[in-house]
Design a protein around this ligand. Structure first.
Ligand SMILES: *Cc1c(COP(=O)(O)O)cnc(C)c1O
Length: 400
């Protein structure tokens, strides 16, 4: 079933996730494309060779597998998407996008809640290459104008920050940036384009660590770079010059993950919100930072700009010694302790942004944990976490 291209926008996104990027004839009837492992593509005649004639030229530039995934992602990213590049990890997608748009002497603005490896790249390699990065309060809104310099080339946001969950006002930041021809990049990993169409909100380059929800099974490393008409030529050229490409198995698994993204995210959203509300009612929890909760910072922006919430949020516990937090972590069994998120399984990890924030002060007032709510039964998850909180209380001693 190959759908005519111009019928795609009329389909709802859940349908498009299932139908886009499929070419049944080319796949000899099979629903899915093959995992094409390939470098060399042979030309039948000298004339074809000289003219570079042929749908595919070389493995790094694309295969039937990458074509299917890029088409599906382009549909997901929406009508403003001019192209999607594939990268071997989320960090690689971020660094490739930044290198593609920046040059020596440029100034880059990055929101203070950005993914830490993004900061490390800006303060490390970009600095060495003569690009200066400064950081801004994610809640700055159109106050960003005061930070724009004559040589500011790009602004990078992350909505929400994947530990602290502040919500930048992307339309306001984008309007201020575009008034000076400055590009806006968004790390859209938390919401995915299903819940936040970055490119429709003024973002020029929308990046995802597809390692998370697109893969969805904690079994791939992958990144995507979607760009609008303004930025796509730069991104496409950057990908080509840097030689960025992803392995065929991961490309296939990203496409497979994409097919079930809508049902998984619907569950992550429902379970995440219910768990967040349950935690908010617990006496051990001082604050729940989940954009979908009315009490959370950035809830109004989330309501205005997002169509859903994923299953990742954080909590601030009442003040307690590290040993009490460790007792909780060692007691929970269904919440694995590990980095990353977006898979089928629940996770918990302590975090602390204090040491690397530069534009804002991180002072939550108690130990902080980030939770990913997976696809397990919610009552099982609550019972498991309740046992963890019991251990926390026992190790914490009588409440002060
Ligand atoms: C995980 C993550 C990344 C990096 O993705 P990798 O695939 O691990 O390189 C980037 N941004 C955010 C918000 C992430 O959570």
């Amino acid at each position: 079933m190959t759908l005519p291209k111009d019928s795609a926008p009329a389909l709802r996104v859940e349908t498009a996730l299932v139908t886009s990027g499929r070419d049944t004839v080319a796949q000899k009837g099979f629903v899915n494309p093959p995992v094409v492992r390939g470098s060399t593509v042979l030309y039948p005649t000298a004339e074809d060779l000289h003219a570079h004639r042929g749908e595919f030229q070389y493995g790094r530039h694309g295969t039937p597998t990458t074509k299917a995934l890029r088409e599906a992602l382009q549909t997901l990213e929406g009508p403003r998407c001019a192209g999607v590049g594939l990268a071997p990890s989320g960090v690689s997608a971020i660094t490739t996008a930044l290198l593609a748009v920046l040059k020596a002497g440029d100034h880059l603005l990055v929101c203070d809640n950005a993914y830490r490896p993004t900061r490390l790249f800006c303060d490390g390699m970009l600095k060495r290459y003569g690009i200066e990065t400064s950081y801004f309060d994610p809640l700055i809104g159109d106050g960003i104008t005061a930070h724009l310099r004559p040589n500011t080339r790009a602004v990078m946001v992350e909505a929400p920050g994947s530990q602290s969950f502040e919500m930048p006002d992307i339309p306001a930041i984008a309007a201020a940036a575009h008034a000076r021809d400055i590009l806006v990049l968004d790390d859209n990993t938390w919401a995915t384009p299903l819940f936040h169409r970055s490119l429709d909100q003024g973002v020029d380059i929308s990046i995802q660590a597809a390692t998370k929800y697109i893969g969805g099974h904690s079994d791939i490393m992958f990144g995507t770079i979607a760009a609008n008409e303004t930025a796509w030529p730069l991104v496409a050229d950057g990908i080509r010059q840097l030689g960025v490409c992803a392995g065929p198995d991961d490309v296939f698994l990203a496409l497979r993950g994409l097919r079930t993204l809508a049902v998984r995210l619907a569950h992550h959203q429902r379970a995440g919100l219910e768990m967040a509300r349950w935690l908010a009612a617990r006496p051990e929890v001082a604050e729940v930072r989940h954009p979908g909760l009315e009490t959370s910072p950035g809830h109004a922006i989330w309501k205005r700009d997002f169509t859903g919430a994923s299953g990742l949020f954080s909590i601030v516990l009442r003040p307690a010694p590290q040993a009490a937090v460790d007792a909780l972590l060692d007691t929970v069994k269904l919440f694995g302790m590990g980095y990353s998120w977006g898979g089928f399984e629940s996770l918990v990890i302590p975090f602390d942004c204090t040491s690397y924030r530069t534009a804002t002060r991180w002072a939550p007032g108690g130990p902080t944990l980030r939770l990913h709510i997976g696809l397990e039964d919610l009552d099982d998850l609550k019972a498991d976490f309740a046992r963890g909180l019991d251990a926390f209380n026992a190790a914490r001693g009588p409440a002060k």
